[in-house]
Design a binder for this molecule. Structure first.
Ligand code: AMP
Length: 512
């Protein structure tokens, strides 16, 4: 049975094909991905993801929402594997290419992944984890089933089922797995497609990490949903990005403020003739977007003089997708994140749970079909973050001139650095395991390039010296690179209030 959009349905009306796959079939001959590996059409993507799905399924009819963790550099294989997992009925759990073993192990165990797919570059770190836990281990270099061996039919996928788990830091404990369904993803993507008017004629340069919502949803999935071209760089590099922009064929660019700061520095270091080419490349684009952290007004202004673009700033979160955006056409206000996006309801609420008076600050709460399903296997944590069906973001904002302005986080223990969200408490836990550290307090300190820098005040064991370099090389083995403190300060004791609780604002003062 099909509905009026031509999608497969069952009697109850639930939709049984992944909309993204369904749409790709209409664009088979169009270019989908351009990456280090080559140029690939939507047809190539459908073919390879069907081979991967067949490989994953073995003799099973469906993966029944088994979690499949995968670690693949940005490019065609990443996308083919992600689609293959979805087409076989699995839940995709992307791992971060920059994570050390303990972080990878945590995500693999917490998500309960039963299969790991790895690029050969990561075999050395991942195979032992798979062996110790008796997990199926697949390398992307292994031969795939031939076209003649493909399953005649892949399983039907209910779009209300779980699709993706992304790990995000909170104020308590280790990172939590944010689960979104195919339906949540559809809502998040279609909201942006209509607000920013994506079309099949778009070409976007992808420079963002692929274990985070910004890179996965806003750039990759929106592009593929629209039938557009996604040009994927294996990692961000300012020179390469400027070269691609100067080629003059791109229509869209999206990044975090730290990336714009690095691009500004590279532009400033270039000679006049190069600068003209870079600027001319920007003028070919129709839209440049910033988000995932506050965009300093000076950065927005400098970028405008370089590129001619007034960056469109938007606000969102792993749990909710994108919620607020400056308009594509109307007036964009510097320092503001605009209005609610299509399909998203936003309200500001005071400490007693009442709606705030116009012009007063309050916590941003969000409702809509893009809001996530649950924190993976943490029902209490999930319930705690909702009030009457509204998700409580923990971000404060105020509405002025009909536009939202973000005031900051309710918790000082959440730090946004380079667009990554990190938990001060999680970093402290790890630092306390260092044999030279008695106690510590981690804070975010404002920084023009990174938004906030991770800084640690350390109470060291008596008579011990610990250099920043030594601490960083130790911490990099335990923590993702963006969680590793970039400044440390040895103190005899941590500032505390009368209750004995560490006063984080006083700790932050130590670094100013
Ligand atoms: P993540 O889930 O990693 O994308 O982090 C979401 C958090 O990033 C939000 O809760 C905000 O604290 C912050 N954030 C995202 N976009 C913006 C923005 N435009 N301005 C300020 N903070 C932002």
């Amino acid at each position: 049975m099909t509905n009026d959009k031509g999608q497969m349905t069952k009697d109850k009306g639930q939709i049984l094909t992944i909309p993204l796959i369904h749409r790709a079939k209409a664009n088979e001959n169009q270019i989908a991905i351009v990456s280090r590996e080559g140029t690939f059409t939507y047809g190539d993507l459908l073919q390879k993801s069907a081979q991967i799905a067949t490989q994953l399924l073995h003799t099973n009819a469906t993966l029944h929402s088994q979690r499949v963790a995968f670690l693949i550099p940005s490019g065609f294989d990443y996308v083919a594997v992600q689609w293959g997992i979805w087409r076989s009925g699995g839940v995709a759990v992307p791992l971060c290419v920059g994570h050390p073993r303990p972080e990878l192990e945590y995500v693999i165990t917490d998500s309960g992944a039963s299969i790991i797919i790895a690029h050969p570059d990561f075999e050395a770190v991942l195979r032992p984890i798979a062996q110790e836990r008796n997990l199926r281990f697949i390398l992307t270099s292994e031969p795939l089933p031939e076209a003649t061996e493909l399953l005649p039919e892949l399983p039907e996928i209910d779009i209300a089922s779980r699709a993706l788990i992304l790990y995000t830091s909170g104020t308590t404990g280790k990172p939590k797995g944010v689960v979104t369904t195919h339906q949540n993803i559809q809502a998040q993507v279609t909201s942006l497609i209509s607000a920013w008017e994506w079309t099949a004629a778009d070409k976007i340069l992808h420079v963002l990490p692929l274990h985070h919502i910004h890179g996965i949803i806003n750039v990759l999935t929106c592009a593929l949903w629209a039938g557009a071209q996604c040009h994927m760089l294996p990692k961000f590099d300012a020179q390469t990005v400027w070269q691609r922009i100067a080629d003059g064929d791109l229509t869209l660019f999206m990044a975090v403020p730290t990336i714009y700061v690095k691009l500004i520095a590279a532009w400033s270091a270039a000679d006049k003739a190069q600068q003209q080419k870079m600027t001319a490349g920007c003028s070919q684009m129709r839209l440049m977007v910033s988000g995932s952290a506050a965009l300093p007004v000076q950065v927005l202004e400098k970028w405008q003089t370089i590129s001619g673009h007034l960056l469109l700033e938007r606000y969102g979160m792993t749990e909710i997708g994108m919620a607020l955006s400056n308009p594509l056409h109307g007036q964009r206000l510097a320092g503001y994140v605009g209005q609610p996006l299509p399909q998203v309801a936003v309200r500001l609420v005071d400490e007693s749970g009442n709606l705030v008076e116009p012009g007063s600050p309050g916590e941003i709460q969000v409702k809509g079909p893009g809001v996530f399903l649950e924190y993976w296997q943490k029902p209490e944590a999930t319930t705690k973050e909702f009030r009457d069906g509204w998700f409580c973001t923990g971000d404060m904002a105020v509405v002025e001139n009909d536009s939202y302005r973000i005031l900051g986080r309710l918790s000082v223990d959440i730090i946004k650095t380079g667009g990554y969200k990190v938990s001060a408490l999680e970093i402290e836990e790890v630092l306390r395991t260092h044999r030279d550290i008695q106690d510590c307090a981690v804070v975010g300190v404002a920084d023009a390039e990174w938004g906030s820098r991770v800084c640690a005040a350390l109470v060291l064991q008596p008579g011990v010296n610990l250099s920043l370099e030594a601490l960083r090389s130790w911490a990099k083995e335990q923590l993702a690179f963006y969680k590793v403190p970039t400044r440390i300060l040895a103190v005899t004791e941590l500032p505390r209030n009368a209750m004995g609780k560490v006063t984080k604002p006083a700790v932050a003062e130590l670094f100013v």
